[in-house]
Design a binder for this molecule. Sequence first.
Ligand SMILES: [Zn+2]
Length: 404
Amino acid sequence: MANHAAQVGAWLDERAEEMALLLERLVAVGSENPPGLALGRCARVLREAMDRLGLSPEIIELVDPSGELEEPCVVRGTAGGGDRLVYFHGHFDVVPAQSRGQFTAVRRDGRIIGRGAADMKGGIVSMLYGAAAARDLGLLGDGRIVVHLVCDEETGSVVGAGHLRAAGLIDPAALAMVTAEPSGGAIWNAARGAVSVRIDIRGREAHVGQANLGVNAFQQMLHIARPVERYAAEMAGRHTGFPMSPGDARGSMIVVGGLSGGGSNFNVVPGSAFFTVDGRYNPEEDLEGELKRLTGLIEDAAREIGADVSIRTTQLQPSAGTERDHPAAVALARVAGDVQGAPARFEMCAGILETRWYAQLGIPAFGYGAGRLDVSHGPDEYVDEIAMRRCAAVYARYASDLLS
Ligand SMILES: [Zn+2]
């Protein structure tokens, strides 16, 4: 293992410049999602890079039912051969930039600054070079790494990862899955689930002078939102048993009224009103059960005042969790600890992770990446080049550990 460590490190150090340049090229493609721009262009840059690394890339074109994503696709590649299998999974869409300047990467003091450097184009570079290093150095035994890069993680990954699952492209017999989300060197072995709903209330419009003839949907909404707020407070008090990063809240997090609105003018009784409820539920919670409970509270409150209400579920994404004493988790912690020179810690990710698509099939799945979560999505997003190479070394040696 010590010998592999030196070989992998040297292989990556020789390609430090190449890795930085690839990240700069990827940052330059403004694959902002929403709405999902330049996804085909970004995929072609990735295909070219993977071709050069001998990762046999293919672009799988997809259909987005909403029609918003530009050339939606999955880029898929392979290192090594044989039945035993480890997945490296990433996404090449980025959240919208705060300024156009973020699409010109700045390389300074060992850092690459730009949109997506941390989340997660830097992670993709680590995975591609990690996979190629393991294959070139003959560390994969009779196994292989399959790389999946999807285009729509920032809007739920239903098109990209959803296709992988629906088309049977995720093999339940895989030994593990790693995604390069910006975990800052921690191992995310669990992630929350998500439930989002939109509540629409229909009243009756009337001019302010004849307000008595109207039915005020806003007033009804206030009545209906109150039990939902009490529900959110209750869920915030139900703590997870998974370890979390300091400062993160341990309860399930629910935002009431992230979006709200209604009415047609200040001098008209509002004939419509709506609000949203968005929840991130701890892995211990039963999502379907909670959605039923929430819906029931809304329906009961509406019935009390005779309100005409409709409830639409806009998102239902299961949580994911792999026990930290699972052999695949122990192996990742051992390799990461060795490369980092400090013990790796396990944490639950406060949001949702694409690990869920694999964990649902019984595959041990982890988030582990070089970027830092606290700079991701922000105006000064960056990744440290040395962290990017260290992560690549972890990926290469983890695959070797599982497959050889
Ligand atoms: Zn991400």
